[in-house]
Structures are given as structure tokens and as C-alpha cells.
Design a protein around this ligand. Structure first.
Ligand code: FUL
Length: 446
């Protein structure tokens, strides 16, 4: 029985699209739109487009700040729930075309996409299906067509799209009827026009981690149960997916499952209390310590960190946010700049194998070294295997446990009190198959 579960779990692998997405590790969200000018989080769709008037819009400033922070993609809110479009869509007048910004000739999506390309960032889009402005909303077939036409514009005209972020918010339209989104047709469109784009949250490639605090579970599995029969079906049933469950991928969960899929988690969080910019929150930009904690509990827990940095009404990232991003990068570089295991004859960057369920890897650090951070990476092209491990240090003639952990996946980071030792070993206590590690690193924060 156990063996069957292990074999099934081992057979589940990421698609090339999911693999490329996972390797981005740390990406940016930019909530920008009419709410930036009304000081709100959710617009009602009645806003005058004339309010949209950034005074010093500079997408290069956004992209460069994100690149310098080590982020690899930027996702822009091309349309939020209020329905105001940041590109000159042909489907409605409720867009930058009706604003005084650049005499109605501006296109935020085009400028951000170009700035991302210049900065070497991938570009992603958030296009809210919930649209509180559009009259056809609630007339399900008509609105689905409207929404697909908007998606077509975004997917056809702005270069390569790395991620399409679908929020699930849904309501009644002016006709008093609840809009039924035709998810399957949206996915078909994305696949056809941007085959490499990961479809996230309400989508088949990437799941929501289940909170907006940027925190993954202690053990965040990418192999999870699915009840439906194909990937598109699973996605169409994403509302049934237990995104909020405390445990969604343990051995117990998998043993009850009919079918397993690769469905990795993304952690979204804002650098400020709100998703949109509010001057009143200028002094509430998260501290470096808080952001580091989030980083360890997202990137360091087999997830992607999607950190929102909202541009202000000038059309710039605020100085405080830019400074904080820079400080975060400096702190991460200082912490993870020097891998103490990178000594001659110990090149652990190369994949290594260990057989059995008590795989042990012993590392000689070449001399006494002090460390307080452990980095582990599995070769997830081979699936996710390790269920629990312990790091031990040779001390006073014994192996003493330093830190224990559960699953690893793409990346696991562990923080612990400083330890000084010359020899350490990683003991994998439980695994679903032969261990395939890509990386083991030891670090010391300054
Ligand atoms: C939510 C939205 O309602 C928020 O305004 C924000 O865009 C967040 C990322 O997703 O569901």
C-alpha cells in the first residue's frame, strides 16, 4: 500500500512551465490603477478615468528597483476589480484612453512590459475577472466574451508573458445575476497565445498558498491530491481545492487521494498593509526583519514569494519601499553570500544520490566553521521525495542534532542558533524514493 503511494507520488513531476516558474523564486507584484488616485483598495467601477494622472510615471524605476532586489518577474494589475484598464483596450472606454495622462495616448502595460525587458525581468499580468464597471458583467456568455477579448489583447500585444494571475472574486452584475466565469475557455486562450505562461491562483499551474501574509506551511508539498481527471478539470474545480487546509500533501493526505498532481504554492504579500499605495502607510513599510522572516517562510519553504510594491500617484515606487528592497537584498546577500560547504573535494552543487530511506551525506568543512543557516534543494525534475531530515554536527565524539525539518522540494532554508563544527551530516529519515539533492549549503549571518 505504502509502496504504491510512494510510486504514485514519485511519478508526479513539474511541467517545464512549472519548473521555469519555480526557479524564479522571488517576484514582484505592482498594484497600480484608479485606486492609486482615490486612496482606496477596491474601487466600485464608478470612478472617473480623468482621475488617472500620474505626474512622473517611470516604469524603468519600478523594474530596476525590482531587479536590484533580486526579483525575476514583475506582475502588473492591468485591470483590478474596478474595471479600469491600464492599456487602451478596444473593449471599453474605461481605460487610460479616457484619462488626461499622455493626452489619452498612454499605455501602462506597454511601458511596464518594455521596462521589464530592459531590466531583464519577466513580465506577468493580473487581469481581474470581477469587473464592477462593465455593464455585461452578470450576463455570463456576453461577459465571458468581453473578458476573453481583453485577455487576447493583453496576451497578443505585450511580448512574452511569464504568469497570468487570476483572482477568483465573483459577484452579481447590474442584472442581478451572478457571473459564471468560463475558466476553461480562459485557460485555452492563455495556452494558445502564451504557452509558456504559468496560470496562477485560479489556474492549473500554480496554487495560492492560502493566506496573504506571504507564509507557506512548515511542510509545503508540490505533490497534492486532485479528484478530477485532467489538469484543466482540476483547475476548473480549483474552488474545491482545499487551498486553506493545514495539511495538503502529507503521506496521510496522499493515501486517501484518487489522483495526484504537481501543484506548487505561491505566497503573495504586500510590502505595506494595503495592496495599493496609500500615503498614510508610508511609515508602515515592512521592516527588513519582517521581510526576511517572510522570505525564509516562503522561498525557504518550497514556495515562490510574490512581493507587492505599489507605485504611488507620481507613478513611481516610493523612496521608502525602494530603500527597503535594497536593504533586503543586502541582508540576503550578506547572509547567503558565502557557502561554507564550498571547499575543495566537497562540490555539492553536483547532484548526488543516496540509496534507501536513511540516506546520509557527510560533509567535511575543512576546519572548524560556524554556521546558523542550512539550505537544501531537491532536484525537483525528479519529483519531490524527502519527507523528513535532520542535520547533525560532530561534537565531542558524537553526532548531535542541529536542526530537523520535513519536506524539502525546490528549496528549504532553516535558521538555528550558531553551531561550530568541522564535520556535519544530513540524515534523511523518511523519503518517498532515493534522495536526489541538488544543493546543500551552510551559511552564517553576519
Ligand atoms: C485579492 C484582491 O481582492 C486584492 O485587492 C488584491 O488584488 C489581492 C492580490 O487579491 O483577491
Amino acid at each position: 500500500m505504502m509502496a504504491t503511494m510512494d510510486q504514485q507520488a514519485l511519478a508526479v513531476r513539474p511541467t517545464p512551465r512549472q519548473l521555469a516558474w519555480q526557479r524564479l523564486e522571488f517576484i514582484a507584484f505592482t498594484h497600480f490603477g484608479i485606486n492609486t488616485f482615490t486612496d482606496r483598495e477596491w474601487g466600485d467601477g464608478q470612478e472617473d478615468p480623468a482621475l488617472f494622472q500620474p505626474t512622473a510615471f517611470d516604469a524603468d524605476q519600478w523594474a530596476e528597483a525590482c531587479r536590484d532586489a533580486g526579483m525575476k518577474m514583475l506582475i502588473l494589475t492591468a485591470k483590478h476589480h474596478d474595471g479600469f484598464c491600464l492599456w487602451p483596450t478596444k473593449q471599453t472606454d474605461h481605460s487610460v484612453r479616457s484619462s488626461p495622462w499622455r493626452q489619452g495616448q498612454g499605455d501602462v502595460v506597454a511601458e511596464v512590459s518594455a521596462a521589464c525587458a530592459r531590466a531583464g525581468l519577466k513580465f506577468g499580468i493580473y487581469c481581474s475577472p470581477w469587473d464592477r464597471h462593465e455593464k455585461s458583467y452578470g450576463d455570463s456568455p456576453a461577459y465571458n466574451e468581453f473578458f476573453r477579448a481583453q485577455l487576447c489583447e493583453l496576451l497578443n500585444n505585450y511580448g512574452q508573458i511569464g504568469e497570468v494571475w487570476f483572482d477568483g472574486a465573483c459577484a452579481e452584475g447590474p442584472n442581478g445575476k451572478r457571473q459564471e466565469y468560463d475558466w476553461r475557455s480562459y485557460y485555452e486562450l492563455v495556452r494558445r497565445l502564451q504557452p509558456e505562461a504559468a496560470i496562477a491562483i485560479c489556474g492549473p499551474d500554480v496554487r495560492w498558498v492560502g493566506n496573504e501574509s506571504g507564509l507557506a506551511r512548515e511542510d509545503e508539498w508540490s505533490v497534492v491530491p486532485a479528484s478530477a481527471t485532467d489538469q484543466a478539470e482540476v483547475a476548473a474545480n480549483f474552488l474545491d481545492f482545499d487551498a486553506l487546509g493545514a495539511d495538503i500533501g502529507s503521506r496521510d493526505k496522499l493515501e486517501q487521494a484518487e489522483r495526484l498532481i504537481w501543484y506548487p504554492a505561491e505566497c503573495d504579500v504586500s510590502i505595506r498593509p494595503g495592496w495599493f499605495y496609500h500615503a498614510a502607510e508610508d511609515l508602515q513599510v515592512k521592516s527588513v526583519a519582517h521581510l526576511l522572516d517572510i522570505y525564509h517562510r516562503s522561498v525557504g519553504r518550497n514556495s515562490l514569494l510574490l512581493l507587492n510594491v505599489p507605485p504611488d500617484p507620481r507613478g513611481l515606487l516610493h523612496e521608502h519601499d525602494v530603500a527597503r528592497l535594497r536593504e533586503l537584498r543586502a541582508a540576503l546577500d550578506a547572509m547567503y553570500g558565502t557557502d561554507l560547504t564550498r571547499v575543495p573535494d566537497n562540490d555539492l552543487n553536483a547532484a548526488w544520490d543516496a540509496e534507501g530511506d536513511q540516506a546520509v551525506l557527510t560533509v567535511d568543512l575543512g576546519g572548524d566553521r560556524t554556521f546558523d543557516r542550512l539550505l537544501l534543494q531537491e532536484d525537483i525534475e525528479q519529483g519531490q521525495r524527502v519527507e523528513s531530515f535532520v542535520l547533525e554536527a560532530w561534537h565531542g565524539g558524537h553526532w548531535k542534532p542541529v536542526v530537523r525539518g520535513g519536506c524539502i522540494g525546490y528549496k528549504r532554508l532553516e535558521r538555528f542558533g550558531r553551531v561550530t563544527a568541522r564535520r556535519v551530516r544530513l540524515r534523511v529519515e523518511q523519503t518517498r524514493g532515493p534522495v536526489r539533492l541538488l544543493n546543500l549549503g551552510l551559511f552564517c549571518q553576519p
